[in-house]
Write a protein that binds this ligand. Structure first.
Ligand SMILES: CC(C)=CCC/C(C)=C/CC/C(C)=C/CC/C(C)=C/CC/C(C)=C/CC/C(C)=C/Cc1cc(C(=O)O)cc(O)c1O
Ligand SMILES: C[S@@+](CC[C@H](N)C(=O)[O-])C[C@H]1O[C@@H](n2cnc3c(N)ncnc32)[C@H](O)[C@@H]1O
Ligand SMILES: [Mg+2]
Length: 312
């Protein structure tokens, strides 16, 4: 069992990185396999009152919301096939040959066609797992092509804050609902399931992934994950700098030993659902002062966004 004390712990974890896969760490005797641990619930219970203060303890989460919503929208739009024969979709790298204004027009027409295709479809149902105070849930509920968002979380105070904040916007009332419940108690299937900045807070992440999978529509449902690789750079940025130096993340939020490598998640899906899923996108993301969260292609280090599609 990895020691949880001081820098030595982090060095030990870092040296032992390859020895145990985080994804299937043994489930202790648990009431529910997807239950939250008391210390995590206590931590987020204390943060709940200031959740919607965009300059408060969750300010980094608010800043991250812009980047992850871009990731979600880009991924969903990329699944839309252009149906309109009037739309010219060049089959070559036209941006290298055509004038910029022509390229801009082509891009605009393609995006407009995608948006109208999305709007013509029946709206998508969304489950936001570990929704916290609802930062992502509200943003998703405001998307035209989303018909419903169900946010669940096991910190009761977060759900109360989420419900109170959503009441400020009447438009959300018919699309957005919240419940303090465990994932395994959620019924039905969803077109989109989001599990953002939550996996690194649970004791048995494989159970969360398994229960997400069974609630993902087999008709190309998409699971969006964002979490953190278990590496020294993650420790340096998210814990040493984030919590101790810059103090932009509440102290005690993260524990390196609970971080999950993107490769571990992909390996777990290959082991459990081989041939039934497609990795739609995987991007690293990092917070840079003055720039906010920026995407990069090194998804094996630091934070990452992942989109996995269920094929059957
Ligand atoms: C290719 C690659 C990644 C190379 C990186 C190399 C390297 C060493 C880069 C250093 C980057 C750099 C310039 C660091 C300077 C210090 C800095 C800006 C550190 C970032 C601190 C920070 C904001 C970390 C984010 C932590 C995090 C995961 C936030 C999400 C979050 C938030 C909250 C909350 O607000 O309560 C709770 C959570 O559970 C979260 O996951
Ligand atoms: C960092 S917050 C992320 C909130 C939200 N997903 C976002 O990104 O804005 C992590 C949330 O996960 C919740 N959580 C932790 N373990 C959970 C579990 N096993 N089931 C449901 N929620 C859980 C916590 O209560 C907390 O609200
Ligand atoms: Mg986190």
């Amino acid at each position: 069992m990895l020691l949880r004390s001081g820098l030595l712990r982090h060095v030990r974890v870092w040296k032992n990185l390859g020895l145990c896969s985080r994804i299937t760490v043994g489930a202790q005797t648990r009431h529910k396999s997807t239950d939250a641990s008391e210390d995590e619930v206590k931590h987020f219970r204390e943060l709940a009152p200031t959740w919607w203060d965009t300059n408060g303890s969750q300010r980094i989460l608010h800043k991250m919301n812009l980047a992850r919503l871009d990731f979600v929208q880009r991924t969903i739009r990329n699944q839309v096939k252009i149906q309109d024969p009037e739309i010219f979709v060049p089959a070559f790298n036209y941006k290298e040959f055509l004038p910029e204004y022509v390229c801009d027009n082509i891009q605009r027409e393609i995006q407009e066609s995608i948006e109208s295709s999305l709007d013509e479809r029946p709206g998508m149902s969304v489950l936001d797992v570990g929704c916290g105070g609802g930062i992502l849930s509200e943003s998703l509920a405001r998307l035209k092509w989303v018909k419903s968002v169900q946010g669940i979380d096991l910190t009761h105070e977060c759900i109360m804050v989420a419900k109170a904040h959503s009441k400020k916007d009447p438009m959300l009332e018919r699309k957005l609902s919240y419940e303090c419940k465990a994932l395994e108690d959620v019924t039905g299937q969803f077109n989109i399931i989001t599990c953002m900045e939550m996996l690194e807070h649970v004791d048995v992440p494989s159970e969360i992934l398994r229960h997400c999978w069974t609630r993902l529509s087999p008709d190309n449902g998409v699971l969006f994950l964002s979490t953190i690789n278990r590496d020294l750079i993650s420790w340096f940025t998210t814990i040493y700098m984030g919590e101790n130096v810059l103090k932009v993340v509440p102290k005690g939020t993260h524990h390196l030993s609970k971080y999950i490598n993107s490769k571990e998640i992909i390996a777990w899906f290959n082991d459990n659902y081989s041939g039934q899923f497609r990795l739609l996108d995987l991007k690293g993301t990092m917070y840079l002062p003055l720039r906010g969260w920026v995407e990069h292609d090194c998804s094996d280090v630091g934070n990452y966004f992942m989109a996995i599609q269920r094929l059957e």
